[in-house]
Design a protein around this ligand. Structure first.
Ligand SMILES: Nc1ncnc2c1ncn2[C@@H]1O[C@H](COP(=O)(O)OP(=O)(O)OP(=O)(O)O)[C@@H](O)[C@H]1O
Length: 315
């Protein structure tokens, strides 16, 4: 705790801010002294952030609604108190697809898990507002019921519980929360059959125990089936492309694309441009040492693929 406080002193130097604009967004370039983080750590690098667009545009057309606003988010590992997130800033509007990339160990999965309230981590600073509510005040299950979904990098197995029972239980819990009547097993089967088709999964998928004995690719497909069944305002997909063959990647990406509407959003973590060719991101963010240090468009992934992170830091 002491380490955290000593690292989180307010910056003594005045903010230095450069801004520039393209046709759609205004970009803010923060110099190290003005990196927008309340918890400060010694290693600072220039960060580019995309400023939230105004609530309505000049021609009177409403801009998409704000879905998630993360400000100066800092988190430690609960047990060891080791700081992992060191001031994450991110804004997501409805209808946007955000991709987070970054070197191994930069904090991407931790960020995702902190958003869904994983107990391995404790938030020590910062705010997260989801659909206008303080997300950090909500229990993990309430975050899910509020419309947050996360597909884990390594989905858990639940021996003894069949996929269909698990999905029906989760879906009916959501309906109860919404004050809607629960679906009977027969009604639920009618609801899930087309979802199964949308992820190109076989019917046997439903009678198998949750993820037990599933191949890596089947587990990822099953995660997207869960997303299709439960629905979400914000789906966080952690390396949904890992371990997938080309056809499975296309299936999974197609299923995600079919779920995208103008009012929901995806935050996906990936190492590879390949996924971004199937699910087109609105923004790509680069995470480094627990912070988002760069934000831009698909060109970031192109530079990365050609020259690695070294090439990116030179841009
Ligand atoms: N529960 C934990 N216990 C110990 N260390 C942890 C824990 N969670 C995260 N870390 C450490 O925090 C750092 C960030 O991990 P994280 O999984 O968030 O990185 P990542 O960017 O998702 O990496 P990758 O690209 O390899 O999946 C790593 O050094 C990791 O070892």
């Amino acid at each position: 705790m002491a380490l955290f406080h000593s690292c989180c002193l307010p910056t003594p130097s005045p903010p230095q801010l450069l801004s520039f604009r393209n046709s759609t967004s205004k970009y803010l370039l923060f110099t190290p002294a003005a990196t927008p983080s309340r918890c400060r750590f010694p290693k600072l690098s220039a960060a580019v952030a995309v400023e939230s667009p105004p609530a309505s545009s000049a021609d009177g057309v409403d801009s998409p609604k704000l879905l998630l606003e993360v400000r100066d988010l800092c988190a430690v590992i609960t047990e060891s108190r080791q700081p992992i997130l060191k001031g994450v800033n991110l804004t997501i509007h409805e209808g946007e697809v955000h991709a987070v990339m970054g070197k191994n160990g930069s904090g991407k999965s931790t960020f995702a898990k902190v958003l869904v309230g994983h107990r391995d981590y404790e938030v020590t600073e910062g705010t997260v507002v989801f659909k206008g509510e303080n997300l950090l005040d909500m229990a993990p299950e309430d975050r899910s019921l509020a419309g947050l979904f996360m597909s884990f990098q390594s989905p858990v197995e639940i021996p003894g519980v069949s996929n269909i029972d698990f999905l029906q239980m989760a879906y009916n819990a959501r309906r109860r929360k919404l004050g809607e009547p629960e679906l009977s097993p027969l009604e639920f089967y009618g609801y899930i059959a087309p979802k199964l088709e949308s992820v190109n999964a076989k019917i046997e998928f439903l009678s198998r125990n949750v993820n037990e004995g599933f191949s890596g690719g089947e587990k990822k497909r099953n995660e997207i089936l869960q997303l299709a069944v439960l629905g979400a305002d914000l789906a966080i997909l952690d390396e949904i492309d890992s371990g997938l063959d080309v056809d499975a990647l296309r299936d999974v990406a197609n299923a995600v694309n079919k779920l995208l509407t103008p009012t929901n959003s995806v935050l996906m973590i990936t190492h590879y441009r390949r996924l971004l060719e199937f699910i087109k991101p609105t923004y790509i963010h680069i995470m480094d040492d627990g912070r988002i240090v760069k934000t831009g468009d698909i060109s970031i992934a192109e530079v990365l693929e050609k020259g690695g992170y070294k090439a990116l830091s030179a841009t």
